[in-house]
Design a binder for this molecule. Sequence first.
Ligand SMILES: [Zn+2]
Length: 406
Amino acid sequence: MTGFLKELHVGRAILVLGVAVGLMGCQGDTKGDVEEEEDLNDAFAELLLTEGKADGATCSGVRPPDNSGFDGRIALTFDDGPDLVRTPIVLAVLKAHNATGTFFVNGKRITTDAHRDLIRQMIVDGHIIGNHSQNHLNASNLSADTWRTEVQLTHDILAPLLAEAGLTPTFFRFPFGSTNCTTYAVVTDLDYHVTGWHIDTADWCFNSSTGGYGYCAESTFRYVPDEYRANFPGWVLSQARAQNGGILLMHDTKSYTPENLDAMLTELEEAGFTFTRLDDVDTFPLLNGVTPPRQTWVGDPCEDHSECDFLSGDVPGFCFTYQTSDTNELFGFCSLPCDGYCPDLDGTAPTFCAESPTPSEGICVSKAYPQNESCATIPGSQARDEDRFILESGATPSTALVCVPR
Ligand SMILES: [Zn+2]
């Protein structure tokens, strides 16, 4: 192994951690794979040099669109199969835990009727079969045409098998989590949902012949804290707790994984986690293409506090009520207390911390923006320049056109 992870500066290393994990996660576990392993490291080093393209803020093959609200639910996913020996062991363990999994398979590994029959049985048993491309190449440096072929070849293997059950291939995972915006678009244009992960089990590292079986060496993967280097279930649990659930990444081609899956799942269950499916729209709405209704937010009309049932951190919203000076009508809009700054919510007008008519109280108000039709959607309000309420925040003084009582 090379020490490439150590050569990264910290900010970069954290940014591409998911890529590193995914890349390493697809190494073989036999001596014959050492050469392949070195190739992967070279590919990864190159990937780092072009990191912005490989896994940018958009077009990411690692970061799932949903990143909270899992409520302890975990979707189990397995990459790089099928494997005629190891995948059935994984299936038996899942059955014992009454869990289903998603298996991101590589077309190059589906070579015989036995492989196809295995996939058929997995479908019948309720598991989800996802596309992991044909040859497990690094999509960050491939052309659109090459990548389309990689996706299509595996799609053409899976589609007829899934059609027997009335299903179509839906989920795609990039090998190594590695993308660029071109190859990402190829996948979404084929109507696949790109599926990253939240919890990396690092099963590939614990499986590693270089680190020693059941021991994840720092030279192989430095992000596992020392206390977990010989404690695979503990490491996974710590990662699951960090996000309170989410999508969990494993490999059903590693011998270590099926052998330790039962212990790992048991540890998660005993800690209160439950297992769900990748197509659970309540847990992963964005991944499944469902746009959840927008939550109530600053500037939404209200009559009492119960209608402003949102939180900013642990600060609850409230209904700011007012009487218009011209018609003496009573209105209200949702707000938050503030000192200098107010949070914004995607899809809504930006907010601004202004001084309420009650002296020395900052309240969040909406800026006059297209989203509120320049205050027209906030009854009894008008657009007016207001100074920022600063008090003790040290915020820079500024003025903004905001929606305030008429
Ligand atoms: Zn893979």
